[in-house]
Design a protein around this ligand. Sequence first.
Ligand SMILES: *[C@@H]1O[C@H](CO)[C@@H](O)[C@H](O)[C@H]1NC(C)=O
Ligand SMILES: *[C@@H]1O[C@H](CO)[C@@H](O)[C@H](O)[C@H]1NC(C)=O
Length: 398
Amino acid sequence: MGRKSLYLLIVGVLVAYYVYIPLPGDFEDPWKLILLNAKYKAVIHLAIFIELLGLNHFLASVRFFMDEKKVPPTSDENITVTDTTFNHIPVRVYVPKKQPKALRRGIFFIHGGGWSGNSAASQNYDLFSRWTADRLDTVVVSTNHRLLPEYRFPIQFEDVYSSFKWFLRKEVLAKYGVNPERIGVVGCSSGGNLAAAIVQKISDDPDSKIKPKIQFLFNPLLQALDMDTPSYRENSNFPSLFKSAVVRSWSEYITADRSLEKAMLSNQVVPEESSHLLKFVNWSSLLPKRFKKGHVYSNPTYGSSELSKKYPALLDVRVFPLLADDKKLHGLPRTYIITCQYDILRDDGIMYATRLQNAGVPVTHNHIENGVHGLLFMDLKITRKMKNQYVSWLRENL
Ligand SMILES: *[C@@H]1O[C@H](CO)[C@@H](O)[C@H](O)[C@H]1NC(C)=O
Ligand SMILES: *[C@@H]1O[C@H](CO)[C@@H](O)[C@H](O)[C@H]1NC(C)=O
């Protein structure tokens, strides 16, 4: 074989490797997914390589390659957009220009990005918040938080909680013309994790008399105590979230110690003395039959007590909102959860929907059959349908 054909062969194999993806579903635009898959795969391999060379942290490289363009706060004909701080946390606020007929709804929004990427200024989040404010005639506060790997739990949680509590102050709500009885918390992915966590926390915080009326969670991350659920098994190599990257993010959120990542990969996180927690993430009892199809449950293996003693965050409900007990869940507001069939996080959301429902919380669970993680920012027909459902549910329930 000549040198030229050898090169061609290598390039061909590489292209095939990055582009190949078994598509199980009936996707509206398979090429979008194929390209997305190739991009994510390449970024993750590059980030691993850069880390091996000792040049940069894996998550910092992923952020560098994946982050959306940041845009300045620009008002348009309908919405006034400003950057400010709530209790020292940078936030971006969207207020409709139209003269209000009464006090408005207020949405507190938390972006996704695995606690390590994006911000309120990321173009896709800026557009979404602006669109929400305009369509619903509502005030939107899009909060930032400090990011991994420079900062880890509890910083992300505390940043978001402290900006949320600032927003709930009477004088702040009055300044933006927000009705204290019509406040909603919305989050995507890791933002959904933070949203669920702050909604639980505020529900019995005696400092705050004002409580949110609803929570809306897009594809949230809610637990890492069992990473062998059917959705983990089915979608571990499916874009836009690969299991290796999700495990790395979860473990980094808690500690830089890579032994936790190993424990998570072998599903050995919960120590024997905390075995009572496993029932809160037991997919065998919490998933409806159709999501268990073909999967056999096995209890996660017990992990080392040393690890959970060293890193108490490992059993902390502010990290894993699914660990809240039923009594706590009972006090939570009306909830909307979106899950997607081809999302590794699917079962997290479904289990939370089941648990909230069992605890007496009104839940709307919207499961999207041909959906993937990150659907919100894909320009597809099912995206538009989902966004319209989002707005009409909020119009009715907030
Ligand atoms: C402003 O609102 C009008 C009326 O709803 C709409 O047609 C227009 O597209 C909006 N402008 C922007 C920039 O969204
Ligand atoms: C999970 O639920 C199944 C059946 O509902 C049960 O057999 C199993 O013991 C449970 N495991 C844990 C760890 O709770």
